[in-house]
Unconditional design. Structure first.
Length: 417
């Protein structure tokens, strides 16, 4: 039931506490049930603020969609503090260091020791999404799955609304605010009038061929390997499932990559001088992803607030997308809580600036790391010069405690940006 307790009368059209028809009104309409939308719904719910989440896909689809899987220390803490991390803490794997490989040599960066003992957690995004959905529904939160044709209206007014179709029937949801948490390809950002946003974008000259393989990991810590044939990454998921990445051309086609070729490239690019071996197994999934940077500023227009991938994309090298999405959700929940609690607009007004500080820091780190771990393609201007810079960068990072400490705080996630 959507009772608008605490909602100012100008939003409800009537006195606070009035019961309104189901689905007719809510305080915050949230588009998208990814990490940003679901965490926001939880943090708002905890403060007594009503929301409805509209998700285009089925529950089963979003709970099995393979995505990222590395959670920063502060993300884990946030989820734990709000009672959302039970299964994550039980099943996730704590990580304290990572490995950089080049010239057949292995270099460990003990990021936890270098950043006050903070650790990372490996826990697949789709598992977290499944936990958040289950907990939200258990708390009587409303999530509409398979919401078709979601459209945003009157976002510059004090009564924005969402329309959508569910099982063919049209619905309208009047909102106090709309949170656009619908990812890069969602409908929220394009609903902002042209000219109101400044966008920044950059396509990196490499792509990742990612696979999921039914094989135990060959490492206990994530490996980033730079080889003359290109980057290879060994990420972790569970004891039975491993994730690998290979640098490929941006316009490459997955049809060019039969399983044997993938394992050959992985073996070759990971090879070390000390006889390390790669475990191989059946490939369950494979796909090619572009590496893109994108930021839209400001992350607000009228009563629409963008959060997560809807507002920004960072290259996946630093595994930051999910962490940024959850960070935005936290900032937005606090801003909305201040407004619903006291009518203060200060945090809503500073939302975009607060989030963008972190977004740009992470964007810089993710780009820096991307250029360090990928083979610089011949077509890139000054490629040979850049390759020598890259070599200097790798040598500095793996020999200087100060450089490693700087990497550690960015990789694990800066606390106060
Ligand atoms: N209507 C309703 N829902 C939509 C629409 C739409 N028009 N468009 C997209 N969605 C849904 C998607 O199906 C998805 O479930 O919005 C959700 C957006 O979730 P994410 O893409 O996971 O975005 P976000 O919550 O910002 O999390 C960012 O996801 O893409 C990864 O690597 C990225 O880890 C990062 C994280």
């Amino acid at each position: 039931m959507h009772t608008l307790k605490g909602t100012p009368a100008h939003l409800t059209g009537g006195p606070a506490g009035v019961k309104l028809p189901r689905m007719a009104r809510t305080q915050v309409g949230i588009v998208g049930a990814g990490p940003a939308g679901l965490v926001l719904a939880h943090l708002l719910g905890e403060r007594g603020i009503e929301s409805v989440v509209l998700e285009r896909h089925t529950r089963d689809y979003i709970e099995h969609r393979v995505r990222a899987g590395l959670l920063e220390h502060r993300t884990v803490e946030l989820l734990r503090e709000h009672g959302l991390g039970g299964r994550m803490l039980e099943l996730g794997q704590v990580h304290r260091g990572t490995e950089l490989r080049f010239d057949g040599q292995r270099h460990r960066i003990p990021y936890s020791d270098l950043y006050g003992g903070r650790t990372m957690l490996v826990y697949p995004q789709q598992e977290l999404v499944a936990d958040l959905v289950r907990l939200r529904l258990a708390a009587d939160g409303e999530i509409v799955f398979e919401a078709d044709d979601v459209a945003l209206h009157d976002i510059e007014s004090e009564r924005p609304s969402l329309t959508y179709r569910e099982n063919g029937a049209c619905h309208e949801l009047e909102c106090g605010f709309i949170a656009g948490c619908d990812g890069f390809h969602g409908v929220s950002r394009p609903s902002i009038p042209p000219g109101a946003l400044t966008t920044y974008g950059f396509e990196l000259p490499f792509a990742w061929l990612g696979i999921i393989a039914a094989v135990a990991p060959s490492t206990s810590e994530i490996i980033y390997a730079l080889h003359e044939r290109g980057f290879a990454g060994h990420m972790l998921r569970t004891n039975e499932i491993s994730r690998f990445y290979l640098q490929v051309e941006p316009d490459d086609d997955i049809a060019n990559w039969p399983d044997d070729r993938i394992w050959f490239e992985l073996r070759t690019r990971f090879a070390t001088n000390d006889g390390w071996t790669l475990r191989e197994g059946p490939i369950l999934e494979k796909s090619i992803t572009d590496m893109r940077s994108f930021i839209a500023e400001p992350m607000r227009h009228g009563r629409l607030f963008l959060a997560g991938d809807a507002a920004h994309i960072v290259p996946p090298s630093g595994a930051k997308g999910m962490n940024l999405a959850i960070s935005d959700a936290r900032v937005l929940s606090e801003a909305l809580a201040a407004w619903y609690g006291s009518g203060s607009t200060a945090l809503l007004d500073s939302y975009s600036e607060t989030c963008l500080r972190r977004v740009w820091r992470v964007q810089e780190f993710s780009n820096w790391m991307s250029w360090m771990i990928h083979k610089i393609p011949d077509g890139v201007p000054d490629a040979s010069f850049r390759r020598r810079l890259q070599r200097a960068q790798l040598e500095y990072l793996t020999t200087s405690p100060s450089a490693a400490a700087s990497f550690a705080e960015n990789y694990v996630g800066l606390e106060d940006v």
